[in-house]
Ligand binder design. Structure first.
Ligand SMILES: *Cc1c(COP(=O)(O)O)cnc(C)c1O
Length: 392
């Protein structure tokens, strides 16, 4: 992993105005729902441009704004909006930018609830398709005359598949279609999609950015014109407001993000290498960030702790085998989510009784186990996996 030194300095707080906060090395928490104005005239001005003023915390709040400013700088965008969850950010983008008769094209294995949310929009006359073939030609032929938004996830958080982001962004731009990417996997430290031609980069902050499994949040970063539009027509109307305290926790999360990512990558690589040589494992999914010229090497500054594996075995027994392996793990907790200090394991295809059909439609193979490698010493995790896979 080769992080940008300026990014690391920013995460550590070297961009912050200490004098404005009496030298406090952590920004204060502005735990206030409203901001008193000097005059009625100032209030009227503030209300007319809430995206640029502190009036009411459902709009802007100084602690939340500090987080937004930092993430916008990391993403090299004009401005950011923080949300109470990643899904809150996604909902605001859809709500602000789409109308009856529009079509969304999802490219890659997207986060399930994102596509489910698009399904709910069918009631309002907004349709969608999912394309799993990531080639530029395949994406081009899945576009419709009414496609208004292309939604990417790269790398995807199940199979860690990487898209050719600049090529697909150029294709969309040629056709006048807006693009958004779920950049949660990479965080702004490993990938900056706005510099590759994407219009909107969004993150769940619940995963690596928060990093301690103690806060739910989301953010989007974009350019000025889209920022104002999404702020007024999506964010302010849907009420998915991040609390000042949670914004502060996320600023604290950023403090250790560079160090955590480096350790997650170290663990992820060791676990992936171990699994690749295991007789019970048919396939390991980890981006080939070391392969010169690969998409992953060109677009990502490194890997992380996300490693998926596919168990070897007879298809009809794989569901049960996956459950057995997961139940035998001791250091990997069984839970949803990812990106925290603790290691987690989940099986997307065997998750629920309704899971396999849905997983199948999303191209998630049976026998898949998705690991989020935490900060435990990799040798403990490898021992644990070996024991669980062998059936001890
Ligand atoms: C968790 C997740 C989300 C949704 O974020 P929440 O904060 O849970 O709403 C979106 N995208 C990806 C890739 C995720 O893993």
């Amino acid at each position: 992993m080769k992080l940008d030194p300026q990014d690391v300095a920013l995460c550590l707080g070297h961009d912050e105005d200490l004098a404005a906060h009496q030298g406090a090395v952590m920004p204060p928490i502005y735990q206030s729902s409203l901001f008193v104005q000097e005059s009625f005239e100032r209030l009227a001005q503030g209300l007319a441009a809430e995206h640029a003023n502190f009036v009411y915390t459902r709009g802007r709040n100084p602690t939340v704004a500090e987080l937004e400013r930092k993430l916008a700088r990391l993403e090299q965008g004009d401005a950011g909006i923080a949300f109470a969850s990643g899904i809150g950010a996604i909902a605001a983008i859809f709500f602000a930018l789409l109308s009856r008769g529009d079509h969304i094209l999802f490219v890659n294995q997207n986060y399930g609830p994102t596509v489910k949310l698009a399904g709910s929009l069918e009631r309002f006359g907004i349709e969608h398709d999912v394309v799993l073939d990531l080639g530029t030609d395949a994406v081009a032929s899945a576009l419709r005359p009414d496609t208004r938004l292309i939604w990417f996830e790269s790398p995807g958080s199940m199979l860690n598949r990487v898209l050719d982001v600049p090529a697909l962004a150029a294709l969309a731009r040629e056709r006048g279609i807006l693009t958004a990417i779920d950049n949660s996997w990479a965080t702004p430290l490993l990938q900056k999609p706005l510099t590759q031609g994407i219009d909107i980069s969004m993150h769940t902050c619940t995963k690596y950015i928060g990093g301690h499994s103690d806060v739910v949040g989301g953010v989007l970063v974009t350019r000025e014109d889209l920022y104002e539009r999404i702020f007024h027509e999506g964010f302010m109307q849907l009420g998915s407001t991040l609390s000042p305290h949670d914004a502060w926790l996320l600023i604290r999360g950023l403090r250790t993000l560079p160090a955590r990512l480096e350790q997650h990558e170290r663990g992820g690589r060791e676990v992936a290498a171990f699994l690749a040589g295991h007789s019970r494992v048919a396939e390991v999914y980890y981006p080939d960030v070391d392969e010169p010229g690969s998409l992953a090497a060109r677009q990502l500054r490194g890997g992380n702790g996300m490693v998926s594996l596919r168990l070897d075995g007879a298809p009809e027994r794989l569901g049960q085998e996956v459950r057995r392996v997961i139940d035998r793990l001791r250091y990997f907790h069984t839970a949803v989510s990812w990106g925290g200090v603790e290691s987690l394991a989940v099986a997307p295809a065997a998750k629920t009784s309704g899971g396999p059909a849905n997983a199948d439609a999303m191209g998630i193979p049976p026998g898949l186990i998705r690991l989020s490698v935490g900060l435990e010493p990799p040798e403990l995790l490898i021992e644990d996996l070996d024991r669980a896979l062998r059936g001890d």
